[in-house]
Ligand binder design. Sequence first.
Ligand code: PGA
Length: 253
Amino acid sequence: MRKKIVAGNWKMNKTFEEAQALVSEVVNMVKDEVNNDAQVVLCPSFPYLATVSKTIDGNQNVLLGAQNCHQNESGAYTGEVSAAMLQSVGVKYVILGHSERRQYFYEDDQVLEAKVKAALKQGLQPIFCIGESLEQREQDLTFSILETQLKEGLFHVSNEEFERVVIAYEPIWAIGTGKTASSQQAQEVHAFIREQIARHYDAEAAQNTTILYGGSCNPGNAAELFACPDIDGGLIGGASLKSRDFVDIIKSF
Ligand code: PGA
């Protein structure tokens, strides 16, 4: 069901103590200051999930997310973490297909297809990331790249499973660069994504899907982005590492 979501992708940042401090600050500030119905999702590194889970336990507005999972349920995959493990420590969402995973860890559409299936099977909600590089945008390939990423990595799931999927549009050229897509650029792509969903599933699914924008989103540009009709919130990297900035983004609806 379509919701407003602001998810913080902490990436490989924060010591354990810093992570604990950040989550407590965010939980308290959300309680004291936020009066909209946005769902907040915190995505710390794997070692901190169980502790963060306890800190936010029972809080309806702040939920736990992970940054990745393995596609297999269990077994001899040294260094990996399964969707079942995530589920068992209270994780509700999992970011899949982030451009950093695609680029540095060679995750392709086939692996992502398997990861999406594994996450859904364990009752997790995938936050499925798609996005084009600057070169692809300049060559007018944005829509065809996004269409392929959706078709190959995501659109194999059933109508029923698709109801639990969140999509994040993250232009690679905007991630961590300080260059945000303009609200017009982002809205245009979000409308295109909804059209693709309507084509592969139906109009109702398209209307009900939560589509987030990610890429240098900050307290100064969030309100304009979130005001676009097809933008339902944000996946926040750098600005999610500071409680004040992150909570100000949550208040931008
Ligand atoms: P950024 O990262 O907000 O630091 O650009 C967003 C993301 O990679 O999810």
